[in-house]
Design a protein around this ligand. Structure first.
Ligand code: IMP
Ligand code: MG
Length: 539
């Protein structure tokens, strides 16, 4: 047995080795030797394929037994981990990429630990059950909820326990019991939503630009945490009565009356009951078990790089959490080591969209008749309404500057390019790619996202003829095999890679999670795209 699998004390060591001296954990650890399944030793992905055949069949029942009385395990990172992160302003279809990764991991015999690290009710994603076709709209649960062995809402999240329960009630009962909330996650309730609305109103009245938040209270609950006046799930769970919970709210300082009065005794009772019904845990125990049990980690970073609290749009038109891959990792209480064997997917669309206030450099110019028609066409075809707010999203051209910056901050070149089918149907048959930003006053041109974006205008990519119109005329809706893609798509992907510096790994060809094409090394080779030598984690 590999020494890495050995826990640190002898009692648990025996049990982890299958000697069953701790009868409550009646587990047999399977052989951990690697079985080689890849015949082609020269294949670039052979290392990965051998690694993934480590089958240690510890499942949900074993997890529950461990969580009853967790004990320290010797440190080891996850054997495989993936992060799905948004490139631009959110709503890029991350859920679809999560679905495809989850399905592939499950097919390879993995248990999947589905994790969110940050954000809360501001996120909105549509999940379609592959078996029943049933459609769900989630704000708190992960996109991987239906297929994962365990779902963990991490420490950096802001969660409304009542709304979480309402979401959970929609899914089958056997999946509901698999949802766990980190004890350090912050309660985000009517109180925070009232504060969110109150603050936006104050901004408006003072003449300060509004942020255009989703009014889901995430900002205020993060602010309370920063000032150490927040209420965690551990705090709420430790209350012996609804009255105690009510008193926790009453003690939060500097709250305007109109916000404070939102938490009545009756509401505190509902919150109290909801918190008591949830599985509140220390996420470190979850991670330690899953690392040792050989589960795959799948982290969903909410929102997107362009909304990151620190690095997002112009510093102020941002959400309140860290939305980059390393930010989500830190907020979940994980380590980048957990993602060493696996990869990070920068998920974006082949055009841009944005809700909320703040600059949007590549936004369609609605005074231009062609761009206005293009805007209308996408809205009519795709919808492009915010799942959380129902607001119509602003639309624009592809922003390679945003991609380039996200790639660098997220630490991965891999791109999932959704809505490639949509741009192929645009009424005027062309796409524009913003390759740089130019300062409107000084004319200075920049390659990376600048701070004050309202001061910049797009510089378009031009081809060898000097044209900024890139031909995108194709019908690829629903295609899921690279063989069926027209050559024009690959010509386009080459430009995307040239301008973003990234590597397109997936392209989305429709709304369903099946509508996706993987751009493998063999596909790349066939179509004259550069072959990626270290793309060893091909799935
Ligand atoms: P907040 O996160 O509700 O505070 O909103 C701050 C900004 O982030 C606003 O521009 C929102 O529209 C935007 N935002 C927050 N969450 C999402 C999301 O999941 N998708 C798209 N935009 C979002
Ligand atoms: Mg969304």
């Amino acid at each position: 047995m590999n020494d890495n699998y050995l826990p640190s004390n002898t009692n648990s060591l025996c049990c982890m080795m299958g000697k069953l001296e701790q009868p409550s954990l009646s587990v047999t650890w399977a052989d951990t030797s690697l079985s080689k399944v890849c015949d082609d030793a020269s294949s670039s992905n052979s290392k990965f394929l051998t690694d993934i055949k480590v089958h240690i069949k510890l499942g949900f029942e074993d997890f529950l037994r461990y969580m009853e009385n967790p004990y320290a395990l010797k440190y080891k990172p996850a054997c495989i981990g993936f992060i799905v992160v948004g490139v631009h302003f959110g709503d890029e279809g991350k859920g679809k990429i999560v679905n495809i990764l989850t399905a592939k991991l499950k097919a390879q015999g993995y248990h999947v630990l589905s994790i969110r690290g940050q954000g809360g009710g501001n996120a909105g994603h549509t999940v379609i059950d592959a078996e029943t076709g049933k459609e769900y709209h989630f704000h708190y649960l992960t996109s991987g909820v239906l297929d994962a062995t365990v779902i963990l809402l991490g420490a950096g999240m802001e969660v409304d326990p009542i709304r979480l329960n309402t979401e959970a009630e929609q899914i089958p009962e056997d999946k509901r019991e698999r949802i766990f909330v980190d004890e350090r996650a912050v309660l985000c309730t009517d109180f925070d939503r009232a504060m969110d609305a109150y603050l936006e109103n104050c901004r408006k009245n003072s003449g300060k630009p509004i942020i255009g938040t989703t009014k889901s209270g995430v900002g205020p609950s993060v602010a309370l945490r920063a000032q150490r006046d927040h209420i965690t799930f551990a705090d709420a769970k430790a209350c012996n009565s609804a009255e105690e919970l009510y008193n926790l709210f009453a003690k939060i300082p500097n709250i305007p009356d109109e916000v404070r009065q939102v938490v009545t005794m009756e509401y505190a009772e509902k919150l109290y009951t909801a918190v008591q019904s949830l599985n509140v845990v220390n996420s470190q125990a979850v991670y330690d078990f899953a690392r040792h049990a050989g589960w795959a980690f799948l982290l969903e970073a909410s929102q997107a790089h362009g909304l990151d609290n620190l690095f997002g749009n112009s510093g102020h038109y941002v959400t309140s959490t860290h939305t980059t891959a390393p930010g989500a990792v830190a907020d979940a209480g994980l380590s980048m080591e957990d993602f060493r064997n696996g990869f990070i997917v920068n998920t974006g669309k082949a055009y841009s969209s944005k809700v909320g206030a703040g600059p949007f450099v590549t936004k369609f110019d609605l005074n231009d008749s062609i761009e206005k028609e293009t805007d209308k066409f996408i809205h009519d075809l795709v919808g492009e309404f915010g799942v959380t707010t129902g607001r119509l999203r602003d639309l624009g051209w592809f922003d390679a500057v945003a991609y380039r910056t996200a790639i660098s901050r997220n630490g991965s070149p891999y791109i999932a390019l959704n809505c490639a089918d949509v741009i192929g149907m645009l009424p005027y048959g062309y796409m524009k790619i913003c390759n740089q930003y130019r300062h409107i006053k000084t004319g200075r041109v920049v390659d990376l996202w600048p701070y004050a974006q309202e001061e910049y205008e797009p510089v378009w990519y031009t081809d060898e003829t000097g044209s900024d119109k890139i031909s995108v005329n194709w019908d690829i809706y629903g295609i899921n095999n690279a063989e069926d893609l027209p050559e024009a798509v690959f010509d386009y992907l080459k430009i995307v890679e040239k301008t973003t510096g990234g590597i397109v790994r997936y392209i989305g060809t429709g709304g369903s999670s099946k509508d996706i094409v993987e751009i493998t090394n063999s596909v790349r080779k066939k179509h004259g795209m550069c072959v990626i030598p270290d793309m060893e984690h091909e799935m």
